[in-house]
Design a binder for this molecule. Structure first.
Ligand code: TYD
Length: 410
């Protein structure tokens, strides 16, 4: 692996590189044919900081390449996610953190307003911050007061002047996207009331390690958090991790609650999770070397299985043009000689081609009208919802391939 000295974005000490996933395009960078010759690629490598315990990309494309006016990800395409955010909203409403008097809720990366719209409907003062203009527009149309900018301590200053301090600052699948997260932590500490809290959730490192779900690693996910690394980060700004709650979304996520130090007791959940992380070695570099071996094995098994099926003349399609699938396809070198098409219900992705490997993305009706023998479930995190929806495919002999937690035919 590279001998260059990489620096941890949090502790500024040396990073230990442990995984090289090769040349990768943007995870959500769906292309049209005229883009094929000048598509953006970068070297996707991952490192661990023994000091901050943060797992992070060594290089990340410029955020403006990833979150822009044609950002292809709309949260509301999944029924399960819509329910999840409705439940998330209820848990905030029932928490002790919202003041009785004129509460104020901010959400960073509010996407199409999937969660904030519930606060908006109840007339609660709120503000969404969403850098991708197209999804921010949908949020505003959903009645969610949204500004389209990247969050920073400068923007926090403007919000303070115009709106005042917040009771709750929310973020779902956003914090792990932000390379300048130290500035965001500083900004959050300045924008929260004394009793205010930051509640955010992201894919959990413990699940990625346990399930070898290396497809959680792509350009947008500059960090993979654990309780150890989150605690380290926020301690730098006079804040404490006071609660954690595991979530089943995105194949295993963690919801972290953070307050100004000393404002609330630290829950047993935090103490227990820190202990568990030590047991499974999330604080030690050797764990990540074992992870690399598992990733290499997963690649070997998936490519061999697909090769075997093709040699038997089977037709294979992908199900769900996820960002995660970009990592799998490009790392494993799987293209349209193997996968005929990927079906996806997101209109903005349809008619385009998968980043890097250029597999056509087709609407869901293609899957119904022209079903394959095997469907490789790239949206494995929505398995329950998809299996229920595609009962006809399964009942008529269609087979599913999954690669998480191990490569197998269901
Ligand atoms: P997501 O789970 O957000 O994955 P990632 O973060 O890796 O992009 O995306 C799920 C994708 O799968 C999204 O493009 C919508 C698609 N999808 C379907 O096509 N059909 C479905 O039934 C569901 C639930 C998702």
């Amino acid at each position: 692996m590279v001998s260059q000295n990489y620096i941890c974005r949090i502790s500024e000490s040396s990073l230990m590189p442990f995984l090289d996933l090769g040349k990768q395009p943007l995870g959500n960078g769906f292309v049209v044919e005229s883009d094929f010759t000048h598509e953006y690629f970068y070297s996707m490598m991952v490192g661990f900081s023994p000091e901050s315990k943060m797992v992070q990309l060594l290089n990340q494309p410029n955020p403006e390449l990833m979150f822009h006016s044609e950002y292809a990800f709309y949260s509301s395409t999944s029924v399960t996610m819509a329910q999840h955010f409705s439940d998330f909203f209820s848990s905030v409403m029932n928490s002790p953190y919202l003041s009785k008097d004129d509460p104020f809720v901010i959400e960073l990366g509010c996407n199409d307003g999937i969660m904030l719209k519930h606060f908006a409907k109840r007339g609660i003062k709120h503000l969404g911050i969403e850098p991708s203009i197209n999804v921010a527009k949908v949020a505003n149309e959903n009645g969610v007061n949204t500004i389209s900018e990247f969050f920073s301590s400068k923007l926090a200053g403007d919000i303070l002047t115009n709106f005042g301090k917040a009771d709750v600052f929310l973020a779902a699948n956003v914090m792990c996207h932000i390379p300048h997260i130290k500035d965001v932590a500083l900004a959050v500490s300045s924008i929260l009331k004394k009793t205010g809290v930051l509640i955010f959730e992201d894919p959990y490192l413990g699940d990625v390690i346990e399930k070898t779900s290396y497809d959680q690693i792509y350009d947008e996910h500059v960090f993979l958090f654990s309780a150890h690394s989150v605690k380290y980060l926020f301690n730098l700004y006079g804040m404490d991790l006071i609660d954690v709650q595991w979530q089943k979304t995105h194949g295993g996520s963690m919801r972290y609650t953070i307050s100004h130090s000393g404002e609330y007791p630290i829950s047993d959940n935090v103490i227990n999770l820190l202990e568990k992380e030590k047991k499974i070695g999330l604080d030690k570099s050797g764990t990540f070397d074992s992870f690399r071996v598992n990733v290499e094995r997963s690649k070997f098994e998936l490519t061999n299985l697909l090769k075997k099926l093709k040699s038997e003349g089977k037709r294979i399609c992908g199900y769900g043009a996820t960002s995660k699938s970009t990592t799998i396809l490009n790392y494993c070198g799987i293209g349209k000689e193997t996968i005929d098409y990927i079906c996806d219900i997101t209109p903005i992705k349809q008619g385009k081609f998968s980043p890097g490997m250029h597999i056509p993305i087709l609407p869901h009706k293609t899957f119904i009208e022209n079903p394959p023998d095997y469907a490789l479930l790239f949206a494995w995190n929505h398995a329950e919802e998809i299996m229920a929806k595609e009962k006809n495919f399964t009942d008529s002999g269609g087979k599913w391939i999954v690669h998480v937690p191990e490569v197998k035919i269901l």
